[in-house]
Design a protein around this ligand. Structure first.
Ligand SMILES: [Zn+2]
Length: 343
């Protein structure tokens, strides 16, 4: 099969590689679309240590079942599917507790951090275990299905927050995940949603996605302005989707006493943490990691046309041109959101 292989750091080559074998519990999927994730772009130069070459990257994908292992009962050739980006063990304590995203020995598709290597979906075929597959409704395209992973990350954060109807929310960081959080807050019955980002284009996109007010983080008296918009109390919940010290602190500053802060971004390893503010105001600070089965809900929202993802797709390009698109994304060439590669 053809695949886009990271042969060494900063060197992607479109070439022939052997087809993957499937074990009895696995399904061979013919890839129809695979999105380039920010983590793939950062993985390109070796800086994250999570894409040790040689490796086929790619974990935001969709396709058609091509073949099934002898123990596979629920799937057959021709089924339209997407799949979790994480391969998790079914006999793990955390999985059995319903928290498979935290399971020990889980592996992410298209990732090789040193202790394992899982080839991903920038290829014609991928072999995945049957238990991570989800069926794509007929009206949802393969390109839309390749966006489900990112939207599911956002939904997981919204679910973690325990939002109640009418809760006022702040979203810090209006990149793709932040935008999906804003859209899903609308669907979840949030009150007013306020977006904060230092990029004016992103703030326009936040407004289109349902944010009632938007601010630049450098805005003077930001905290006071947000208080004025939230009954002089502050937001009930804030979501942080940038992962830096400054933005985490803003997320903490803008919530009311007893409010909830959900941390999604994790760019920085360590940050400045306002201990006294958090303790004396009894804030709930929650980490939100990846996805815990939110795929089906996102697929349903796409089928019902309640959630749109098309506005976040910047380009759909042939996999053979993948190296060029990676380079453009790496160099931040243009205001590109999601680029989807098609084998
Ligand atoms: Zn990703």
């Amino acid at each position: 099969m053809k695949a886009l292989v990271l042969e060494e750091y900063n060197k992607l080559v479109f070439k022939d590689v052997p087809d993957p074998d499937i074990s009895p519990g696995e399904v061979l999927v013919r890839i129809k679309a695979c999105g380039i994730c920010g983590s793939d772009i950062h993985g390109l130069d070796g800086s994250t240590g999570r894409r040790v070459p040689p490796l086929i990257m790619g974990h935001e994908a969709s396709g058609i079942v091509e073949a099934t292992g002898s123990a596979v009962k629920r799937w057959k050739k021709g089924d339209r599917v997407t799949f979790d980006s994480t391969v998790y063990p079914l006999d793990d304590w955390f999985t059995l507790e319903g928290r498979y995203n935290l399971s020990d020995n889980r592996e992410v598709l298209g990732v090789s951090p040193g202790d394992y290597k899982r080839n991903g979906a920038f290829a014609e075929f991928i072999a995945v275990p049957q238990h991570i597959l989800y069926r794509i409704p007929d009206s949802v395209t393969f390109e839309q299905a390749a966006m489900v992973e990112a939207a599911a990350v956002a939904l997981h954060a919204v679910n973690m927050s325990g939002i109640k109807t009418g809760d006022n929310c702040v979203v810090t960081g209006a990149g793709m995940i932040g935008i999906f959080v804003i859209k899903l807050l609308e669907i979840s019955g949030a009150g007013d949603v306020i977006a904060i980002d230092n990029n004016a284009t992103r703030l326009i996109s936040a407004q289109r996605s349902g944010a009632r007010n938007t601010f630049d983080p450098s805005d003077v008296n930001l905290e006071e302005k947000i208080k004025a918009l939230t009954k002089s109390r502050g937001a009930d919940i804030s979501f942080e989707a940038a992962g830096k010290s400054e933005t985490v602190n803003i997320s903490i500053d803008v919530v009311r006493k007893g409010g909830t802060v959900v941390l999604i971004g994790n760019t920085a390893k360590f940050i400045e943490f306002p201990l006294q503010k958090v303790v004396t105001r009894e804030l709930r600070i929650l980490g939100s990691c990846a996805i815990r089965g939110e795929y089906d809900v996102i697929l349903k929202l796409l089928e019902n046309k309640k959630l749109s993802v098309d506005d976040q797709i910047s380009a759909i390009a042939p996999l053979s041109e993948g190296a060029d698109w990676f380079r453009r994304l790496y160099n931040k060439d243009g205001n590109l959101n999601k680029v989807i590669l098609v084998p």
